[in-house]
Design a protein around this ligand. Structure first.
Ligand code: DMJ
Length: 727
């Protein structure tokens, strides 16, 4: 009897507790308080970095000093720049931008990760460039299509571009900033390392008018799409010279994650519906083979057999991504699962075993990652469900309680006992604190749903910028799509009658979505127009004007002449290498043979039958996995097939090869051409190695000076297609 009563009390209490959880409300003051707490957190970490670590890449929060990690380029400072603007700290932003412009020189003889340098350095510089007008900084004529931060970002991109000079067009993972691909560099790159460039490179191309970057990044994405398995999954690592998958685990987490992210965000930012179609196709097979009860597991890319039933902390970006394509209901279910792991430990471990319900051994750390709070922020924007504020507060509390040190915030070495480790990755400042801050700052300019903007003069005429619809790169650097429009579409000439037609459709059909997104605090004056009012922030630049967008009348607009877009580069390239690419010292015949065979193999296009054979080849089974940071790499294979031949065997083998290959092997290796970006792009265009996706041009893309609408529309899960436009 007593036992029964006790159980009933427990049940009632736990039900009550659940109800409390779901109905907990946050007043405006509560939210402001939380935002200010995050501001202080950022400030503590940022000040500590400057005091103890700069100019090193990262702060060591236990030793109170600094160290170089991903390069030697003051990574944390560049990664943190745009957060200063987001928090309105313009004085500090201007001060440190001057320092970066004066001191930063990327002409360094260091080997760096192409992926990390792109997302953190190029992404950070581009975002700072695009936000710089908000700080009152003196702008160069021609901004945003010109400017010192943009030039610096382009300088770095030019140093990375040689990595894409491979037979498949997929990039090497490492590059020397001074001399290009390091001799002897492995040709194996992880999937995310291949498919995470279209946002930064697309932005560079659209701002500068040089198509090189976007085409190269797009080609790499097409390469991944082309090499997907017959059931449509992609693996974890691929050989960029042969196109063979060397790690065949398919999943949505480490080593793959931002490939999917960039398909969605690239489609939105650059208005390329074929990227969204590629994502939708991938999504279908992900749901079919990897999704188990609102968790995602790892499986073989060839047959979809489950290999690892785990949840990785890195996977937590997925619900946020789903919310961007209008699937917040599914996303909410998934985030509840992920949050339950956070509640279990106070953090999410790098890997969590779904079978045992425990952190996987040797993968139980939490390096201050942002993915969970990132998804929470996106979902809150879409649903306004207060439970998400509470989840955000849980994260804030854990970090403050267990990761804070007198000089920064430390990685949690083990989520089970909250021991600390002496590292604070730069993404803590660029992402984790930013998503927390934006969750608790509903009126931030980043959240503008297209109701106000600023008019600026550009070389291409007047443009409306800062209308929201910001697209974050995978390191949380926001890109203003309107600026891309100003430097790209506006250069082509705006088809005004088309814009007018789109406004009409939006007015008539989409008002409900739109209204639900407007924050109650934003005054809405004219309810019949999408352009409610223009708000002018400060006096950032002389050419900016207040514009009352509601007065925009396009009814009698004439078609403007379309000025053709520039397709050739105007900058003229200098060699990235500067010097002749060094011949690999002591290169064994086996290595030469292996490389030349790869080249031969890849320069010969496979017919369909051959592709089938490749795809049906016996699966390579990893017998031991060594997990390095975010990436899962099979270290040993059961098969001997991938072993290079001994040099004697190789010599004998050479004699048996067709003459064309023997000639190739005997050719003068010193004359191997260095990477000429212009040649590379011409080759990509000429070879047309990968077919275009059938959905290229399927939709009539929005020709509007407010591409933030694009994001709003995609939030509702739809692109405007031709049919709608023909209404
Ligand atoms: C960041 O550098 C980026 O978010 C990347 O896409 C994944 N890893 C870290 C954060 O966890």
């Amino acid at each position: 009897m007593f036992k029964k009563i006790f159980i009933s009390i427990v049940i009632i209490l736990s039900l009550k507790c659940n109800i409390c959880l779901s109905i907990r409300e946050y007043s405006k003051e509560d939210i402001v308080k939380l935002r200010e707490e995050v501001r202080e957190m950022f400030q503590h970490a940022y000040d500590s970095y400057l005091r103890y670590a700069y100019p090193y890449d990262e702060l060591r929060p236990l030793s109170c000093d600094g160290m170089d990690t991903w390069g030697s380029y003051s990574l944390t400072l560049i990664d943190a720049l745009d957060m200063l603007v987001i928090m309105g700290n313009y004085t500090e932003f201007n001060r440190v931008v001057d320092i970066v412009l004066e001191k930063q020189n990327f002409d360094m003889d260091i080997n760096v990760s192409v992926f990390e340098t792109n997302i953190r350095i190029i992404g950070g510089l581009l975002s700072a460039h695009l936000l710089s007008y908000k700080s009152g900084m003196k702008l160069e004529p021609g901004w945003p299509c010109n400017g010192p931060l943009l030039r610096l970002a382009e300088d770095v991109a030019q140093r990375l571009i040689a990595a894409f000079d491979t037979t498949t067009g997929m990039p090497y993972g490492t590059i020397n900033l001074k001399s290009g691909v390091p001799p002897g560099e492995t040709s194996i790159t992880c999937t995310a390392g291949v498919g995470t460039y279209i946002i930064e490179f697309g932005t560079l191309s659209r701002l500068t008018g040089d198509p090189l970057y976007e085409e190269v990044a797009y080609n790499a994405l097409k390469a991944l799409y082309y090499h997907k398995s017959p059931i449509g999954l992609v693996g974890n690592h691929i050989d960029v010279m042969t196109g063979r998958w060397t790690a065949q685990d398919a999943g949505i987490g480490g080593g793959v994650d931002s490939y999917f992210e960039y398909l969605v965000k690239g489609a939105i930012l650059l208005e390329r519906p074929e990227l969204m179609s590629m994502f939708n196709e991938a999504r279908q097979v992900i749901d079919k083979y990897l999704k188990k009860d609102d968790w995602y597991v790892w499986a073989t890319m060839l047959r979809g057999h489950v290999t690892l039933p785990v949840f990785q902390s890195l996977e937590s970006y997925w619900p946020g991504l789903l919310s961007l394509i209008g699937e917040s209901d599914t996303a909410m279910r998934i985030i509840h699962n992920y949050h339950s792991v956070w509640k279990q430990y106070g953090f999410t471990p790098e890997v969590y075993n779904l079978g045992t319900g425990e952190a996987s051994s040797a993968r139980e750390s939490y390096p201050l990652r942002p993915e969970l709070i990132e998804s929470i922020m996106y979902l809150y924007r879409d649903t306004r469900d207060p439970i998400l504020l509470q989840m955000g507060e849980d994260i804030l509390r854990s970090i403050q309680h267990s990761a804070r040190t007198p000089c920064g915030f430390a990685t949690i070495k083990d989520v089970r006992d909250h021991r600390k480790e002496d590292r604070m990755e730069s993404f803590f400042l660029s992402e984790t604190t930013k998503y927390l801050y934006l969750l608790f700052d509903p009126d931030n300019f980043i959240h503008n749903p297209g109701v106000h903007g600023t008019v600026i003069d550009t070389p291409n005429g007047e443009c409306i910028v800062d209308m929201g619809g910001y697209v974050f790169n995978t390191e949380a650097h926001p890109i203003d799509p309107t600026m891309l429009y100003c430097c790209h579409e506006a250069r082509q000439g705006i088809n005004v009658s088309e814009v007018h037609r789109i406004y009409k459709i939006l007015d008539e059909e989409d008002n409900i979505h739109f209204m639900s997104m407007i924050d109650a605090t934003i005054p809405v004056k004219n309810t019949t127009s999408y352009y409610k009012e223009a708000v002018y922030y400060g006096d950032p630049m002389n050419s900016a004007k207040i514009m009352d967008l509601s007065k925009r009348d396009l009814s009698n607009a004439q078609e403007m002449p379309i000025v053709p877009i520039k397709t050739e580069t105007s900058t003229g390239y200098v060699n990235i290498d500067g010097i002749e690419r060094e011949k690999v010292k002591n290169e064994s015949l086996g290595d030469i043979l292996k490389e030349s065979m790869s080249n031969y193999y890849n320069n010969t296009s496979l017919n369909e039958n051959e592709r089938e054979t490749v795809a049906e080849a016996p699966e390579i089974k990893a017998t031991e996995k060594v997990e390095v940071d975010d990436i899962i790499i099979p270290q040993k294979f059961e098969t001997e097939k991938l072993q290079p031949p001994s040099s004697t065997k190789a010599k004998e083998a050479v004699k048996m090869l067709p003459k064309v290959i023997q000639d190739f092997l005997n050719s003068d290796w010193k004359s191997k051409p260095k990477c000429e970006p212009q040649h590379m792009i011409e080759r990509i265009r000429k070879e047309k190695r990968y077919p275009e996706h059938p959905d290229v041009g399927k939709y009539n893309l929005l020709l509007t000076p407010a591409p933030s609408f694009m994001q709003r529309i995609s939030l509702a899960g739809e692109f405007l297609n031709k049919k709608q436009l023909e209404l």
